[in-house]
Structures are given as structure tokens and as C-alpha cells.
Design a protein around this ligand. Sequence first.
Ligand code: HEC
Length: 207
Amino acid sequence: MPDTNQQLEPGEVRLRDHVYDGIQEYDQKLPNWWLWTFYIAIIIFVLYWFLYYQAGMFNTDGERIDKEMARIDEIRAQQLEEMMGELDDEVLWKMSANTQITNEGAETFKVNCASCHGPDLGGSSTSKAYIGLPLNDPEWKYGGRPMEVLQTVLHGSPDKTKGMQAWEPIIGGSKAAKVVAYVMSYHEAPAGDAPPPVAAPETEGSN
Ligand code: HEC
């Protein structure tokens, strides 16, 4: 058993008294470079913890995404509002050629309209189970110009007994415009009404 109080020569390592199962440990001092990486890690952690979690100086990834999404939503809402302000037949025909808009419209249609007008817009012409009028044929009861269709969707059928309610209070103006764009994507703009280059022969029912 070595004497722990013995003077150590430089470079010599102390062997600890403790013996277990015949195994003994050296009492090595950790090298300074190692200790410093440890101390620095502790300092960085404290700084990080304080700035990130207490001072809220940096955003988490989730917060950054939320902020960016909110910014995009705001811009889109603004653009849409501008668009809604100047909605007319031509704008709605243009929207009907924009797949991003019609995809959103299709989503609204699936949720709110398909139960009566059928998933293929065929309505009562597809199956008697659908009470809504077909929206994919050239016949329109209340006018087939996009703004007329939008009026029907926003304010419902003039005949309140039929079951086509006003949708503006439920889906709002912008979703209504998009769902109309989706419906109009099943139709072709009549010549003269159309944004170029869509040139269709005069369709029936354009009032
Ligand atoms: C509860 C069933 C029902 C739902 C849901 C419904 N509709 Fe209708 N819709 C009708 C009926 C019934 C008519 C026919 C009204 C009439 O004859 O006065 C109609 C008529 C219409 C018309 C007029 C068609 C024409 O020939 O002039 C349009 C456009 C229309 N619906 C679009 C929509 C859209 C878009 C939605 C979804 C936002 C929707 N409807 C949801 C039942 C429904």
C-alpha cells in the first residue's frame, strides 16, 4: 500500500488507498484544457438559458415559422381584399384559371356544398339524392355570369324555400369568391367576356 502523504515527484501520479477486488485507482488531475471546455460549456449554457428562455431574445423555430406564416397570411389577406374590392366577371374568370385558387375553392366546395350539389357538381342531375341544382351544366336559374353566381352564393337563392342559403355569413366573401372560381372552372368564359387566351363559343345562359 503506498503512503498517500508521500511527496510526489513531478510527473508522478498518486495511487489512491482504496482497494476493491484488488483494483486500485490513480488520483489523476484532469488536464486544464479539458476542464476549460467544461467551464466554458457551463458559461455558454447559462448565457443561452438566460437569453433564450428568460430574455426571450431568440425565437424558437416554431415561433419563427408562426411569425412568417402570419406575415404571409396577412399579405395574402390584403391581396385578397384588394381583389375582392375589384371583383368582376373578368377577375372571377381569371381566378377560375388559377389552380391555387380553384384548389382552395374545391376544398370549400367539398365541405359546404357537395352534400347538396354533389362532389362532381352534377347536383340533382347526378342523383336524386342531391337537392342542389347542377352547377356544371350551361343552364343557370339565377344567371351564369360569375358575378351572378357569386351573388347566389353570397346571398342565397331568392326563393328561400328551396334550401340554398346565404353563404356569406358562414364562409365569408373570399371563400365564396374562391368557390365560385372553382365552379366557374367547370365552364368556359364566353368570347368577349374571357380573359385571353380563352376563346369559347358563346355559351348559353350567360344572360
Ligand atoms: C342544403 C343544400 C345546399 C347546399 C349545402 C348548397 N346548395 Fe346551392 N343550391 C341548393 C338548391 C336547392 C338550389 C336551387 C335553389 C332554387 O332553385 O332557388 C341551389 C342553387 C345554387 C346555385 C344557383 C344555380 C343556378 O342555376 O342559378 C348556385 C350557384 C349554388 N347553389 C352554389 C352553391 C355553393 C357554392 C354552395 C356551397 C358554398 C352551395 N350551393 C351549397 C342547395 C344547396
